[in-house]
Design a protein around this ligand. Structure first.
Ligand code: SIN
Length: 295
């Protein structure tokens, strides 16, 4: 049965606490402006918003991104679309000029650009080629995960800050270590940054956990905490946040658009377990946010 979320008519709930599919919208250059407010409201209410059957051009997808703010092109130049630099092209195939690791882009829980002083607000994918099965994206509701913690724990966590860095890895021999992607200038553009462990959403004012796993999530550790205690706390929070009750798995259909709010969710691609003969290509836009607001 189609469940319409109370806040947002025309939206069917997809996940346990979040995620919504918006119906009745067919994007075109003529209709984009007319739908922009409803789409933006549904995005804030649902945290992960899905629009089905949107067979649109890269140029129109680029214009769609602007509904959510200012695009922030990926700092790894080889990931960018040749004609629309605001778009990143994701592919699980060997593409000219790319490192093999790029095929598994995003495989691991993270929030986009959390390693920057100004992380991403929204990110969106347009599914241009999808396998008959696999290649799903997982999402975790970091607002619900924080809300479910005991009050005393919440108060302790609000006091902590986390060190992030894009290229950081505990094991430099690890083939997944992200720094192998980067040129010297790209490395220089991603210095260590520090963010609150609990942040307040700039548009909804709600609190969320801002944490990710240490390797792929670009987290070095909790500021001022000895590494064993810091690692244990991060692992514990991650186990809690990605437990089934907070997770939605999106199974793609061709021409799905999926938009997520990085300020209150984590996501995880599953391309590392996708067979090489299953082709998955997506266009992606990331929208610049604001420096995280401590809760
Ligand atoms: C991403 O991490 O931005 C991409 C997620 C995906 O490809 O499923």
């Amino acid at each position: 049965m189609t469940q319409i979320t109370e806040d947002c008519p025309g939206v069917r709930r997809l996940g346990p606490t979040f995620g919504g599919e918006l119906s009745g919208v067919r994007l075109s250059a003529d209709t984009l402006a007319e739908h922009a407010d409803a789409i933006h409201r549904a995005f804030l209410d649902n945290k992960v918003l899905v629009l089905r059957d949107q067979q649109i051009t890269p140029a129109l997808f680029s214009a769609f991104g602007v509904v959510f703010g200012e695009p922030d092109p990926h700092h790894v130049i080889a990931m960018r679309h040749p004609e629309q630099p605001n778009l990143t092209v994701l592919s699980n195939q060997d593409e000219p000029g790319r490192k093999p690791q790029a095929k598994y882009f995003g495989a691991g829980w993270h929030s986009d650009y959390s390693y920057k002083a100004v992380p991403a607000a929204a990110t969106m994918l347009l599914a241009t080629e999808v396998p008959d099965e696999g290649g799903d994206t997982l999402f975790a509701d970091m607002e619900a995960a924080f809300a479910a913690l005991p009050e005393g724990r919440k108060a302790e966590l609000r006091r902590l800050r986390v060190r992030h860095q894009y290229r950081w890895s505990p094991d430099r021999a690890d083939p997944w270590a992200r720094w192998t992607f980067l040129s010297e200038s790209e490395q220089a553009a991603t210095p260590e940054v520090v963010h609150p462990l609990v942040r307040r959403h700039p548009e909804t004012s709600r609190e969320s956990l801002m944490i990710a796993p240490r390797v792929i999530g670009s987290v070095i550790g909790i500021e001022g905490m000895e590494s064993t205690a810091s690692d244990a706390l991060i692992d514990d929070l991650m186990r809690h946040a990605v437990s089934e009750r907070f997770v939605y798995r999106h199974r793609y259909r061709p021409w799905d658009i999926v938009v997520w709010d990085n300020r209150c969710t984590l996501h995880c691609a599953t391309t590392d377990t996708l067979a090489a003969d299953k082709v998955r290509r997506m266009l992606r836009i990331t929208i610049r946010g604001l420096p995280p607001i401590p809760a």
